[in-house]
Design a protein around this ligand. Sequence first.
Ligand SMILES: *Cc1c(COP(=O)(O)O)cnc(C)c1O
Length: 387
Amino acid sequence: MEIRKEFLPFTLPTIEDEEIDEVVDTLKNGWLTMGPKTKKFEDEFANYIGCKYAISVNSCTAALFLAGKVLGIKPKDEIILPSLTFASTANIVEHLGARPVFADVDSTICIDPEDIKRKITEKTKAIIPVHYAGHPAAMNEINEIAEDNSILVFEDAAHAVGSEYKGNKIGNGKNLACFSFYATKNMTTGEGGMITTNNEKFAEKLRILRLHGISRDAWKRYSSKGSWYYEVTAAGYKCNMTDINASLGLAQLRKVDSFNKKRAEIVEKYNSEFSKTDVLSTIKSRENTKPAYHLYPLIVDFTKLSLSHAEFIDKFKEYNIGVSLHFIPLHLQPYYKEKYNYKEGDLPKTERFYNSVVSLPLHPRLSDRDVKYIVDSVIEIIQKNKN
Ligand SMILES: *Cc1c(COP(=O)(O)O)cnc(C)c1O
């Protein structure tokens, strides 16, 4: 096959006139930081998810940290989470002074409820399921385990804007859910995050904690004092969203369903082509779920190839295609491995997945021609390097 001249990037944001117009409108009206557009974006996001409250912040990392704070995670608490996730899911546990306990994954590459049960101790305070690649984790089972053991749950929904679990959108459950609007995610605000909840008390605390611990409502409750009055009711943080970011979010949110539809069409195309070989597969969705397909993890049976995992990933350079890997397990990363004495073999399914996966490009700006080129390249690499 003919190698394309221009590089096909792993991911690209879809920024069109609507996004640009919305940002320019904000720049012209003069209110740059958190203001009317942020409020509007929160309202529209809550409406999209179907939940009561949405609290915007400047990243999903900040969202996860604040969720942990609001739930009262304290030093020495243990938090169970998958090892197969981005660094920040575990880093925020460290920032809270708590101890991350890594659990293995199930067949959808989300945290395995059976392994959660094995890892619960007297110190376990919370579970953080990650909806890997947009595939919803086994929330009914996880919530049941949590209830039985008086443990809290907050969800890393960075990949899951628009994912559905048993007919209900991720983020409209009983837990706090944290979304990411990083540039590579299903919708973007440049940088940004959102926490959704149906709990009014949590929503109120989150609004105070994200902006210096200042309670805007205190004066309303107590007195006839003017709007100049405010109270600092907690040593809060500075992680609010800005109206510039929210402008991008407003335009992206209107299109996220069409973005996700395009992603699903590409996934379908990849699946139908790759299932023609006995070397390639991908994650099968859990029953009664509708994933938002953030990533396309291509699973390769390397026993049938003469290439190693690293050599296979390297091959894509020759074809001018950007690929990635999600994720190098956290229990094998120097910081966590050394601090908590993890070793290879501790999480067998996680490690097996990591050693057999590569993430292919998956975003709405891929043309039919791009998708065909990626498929043809993968098939050619396989055919040229079969055992
Ligand atoms: C991207 C990502 C995050 C962090 O999101 P930010 O908005 O960049 O802080 C957290 N968890 C997972 C699984 C992610 O992919």
